[in-house]
Design a protein around this ligand. Sequence first.
Ligand code: F6R
Length: 607
Amino acid sequence: MCGIVGIIGKTAVSRQIVESLRRLEYRGYDSAGIATLEGGVILRRRAPGKLNNLDAVLSERPLSGHVGIGHTRWATHGRPNEVNAHPHATTRVAVVHNGIIENFRELREEAAAKGARMESETDTEVVAHLVTQALEEGKSPKEAVAATLKRLRGAFALAFLFSGENDLLIGARRGPPLAVGYGEGEMFLGSDAIALAPLTNRISYLEEGDWVILTHAGAVFFDENDQPVQRAITLSQISGNLIDKGNYRHFMAKEIHEQPEVVSHTLSHYLDLTTGTIAPASLEAVDFKKLSRLAISACGTAFYAGLVGRYWFERYARLPVDIDIASEFRYREAPLDPGGLALMISQSGETADTLATLRYCRSAGLKIGAIVNVPSSTMARESDVIFKTHAGTEIGVASTKAFTCQLAALAALSLAAGKARGVIDPAEEHDLVKALMEVPRLMAETLKIEPQIERLAKSLAKASDVLYLGRGTSFPIALEGALKLKEISYIHAEGYAAGELKHGPIALIDETMPVVVVAPYDHLFEKTVSNMQEVAARGGRVILITDAQGAKEAGDVYASIIVPTAHSFISPLIYAIPIQLMAYHTAVVMGTDVDQPRSLAKSVTVE
Ligand code: F6R
């Protein structure tokens, strides 16, 4: 998703803006640009592709202004070329934008009728023209922005720079997040605290509908009705050294290896590790006993975590779960249970579809719980109960450690629900909590299979299609395996419930088709082995991920990846690791941009 930075500085700001944009690279982008004021005149530099291209342009034609805005663009309207790159500008104002202006077509026609000449295909450029027309009518920058914001429909964050105004930036938020940073005689705007971390740790967040005027003297906030409001300053914990890959080649590799630690950290917030029981706070967060249904909603990888959660809540708490992809939830018009609980799952806490579902459920009278990784996110702020995952900042676009931390939180909550509802007794509670407490150690052990997966990846990289199969809680892991592989290696992959194989996908199987089977040795193993045999009989190359007993029982396969034996409750947490490593090493062999795969964004703030 696009990233926004704005600085009112004491010296030239272009370098600092580019460095802050670099910290937003994790969001995904395909062009970048910057505008500063030189002698009161707006000057821009823009370039398609990565920030290095913008750097090269800036080296040739430097900018020396002390106030400026910058942007990384993830293309929605129009190709990622220089003309469509932000900032968009007239002689009076420059603007950068994250999100979508839904009514841009009618606004463009209207602005064009009044003489505006559009250069780009974007939905953003018209905003610069609307502000300019308001300025030409004699409005001040503040009045012009306030009037323009009222004309815009959609979800957006905006930052404005005005010609002749060396001590002014204006920011606005309706949807995607925007943060204000306070320096010593300097002020900052950024899409998040990560962008601003080396500059300041004193941050205020714009609330939904807010806009803000920045000058050297500070920030003045207004709400959606243009009334002045106060927004608290918080101290961000994010470190300035965040964009450090340590000894790893990619953030994704680093994040895969962090899982034992961050999962342990997450579990420690939901379990009492001393007594081996569920922590009282997990039990008190929600009155699970009163619930008759739970509605889970999320996107992508977070949705697959929710799918695993459904098995757990239904099995260990006998709590019926409705689960939907967030972009479909609202349109299904499902009868909802006022007083019930809707549970959103999101790493970023900003995903537009999940956020829209949250608001939809709230308007239907449901209580809102959110499993989120970013505690300052919009979802966290709009929820009644926050269940934090403690994954730390996830930079790789493909989610890994956030996924397993979501699983950890869901596992613990399903046990809390089971205990509250009287489904699991103290002995089972102990048994299951003990199993969860073993996860970090077993994950660390599982990571030792990396060299084997690295070798296997060389043959996987030659495939053009890969099938993933699993049953029970291994089914969502198969779905996640296929998603991981396709998003970073660009190899076509599909995940299926193993039992569905013969209802269609079996027709695809021949000797060129690797089939990854996720099958711990559990009560479903035998059935999955039958499906594996159906694959082998058609020449398919089975790559079996299982434990020692499973490998013994399975017979001949093309390759087996043997992970430590674990309680069947926790197997999704363990089996997530080999499928992540498989995708990662295949992508490395293919030479793709692992941390920022093409067309993908870390935080999807448009529907
Ligand atoms: C895949 C991936 C995405 C996200 C999805 C939801 O690796 O990262 O599928 O899981 O876009 O994002 P969050 O969790 O931020 O709501």
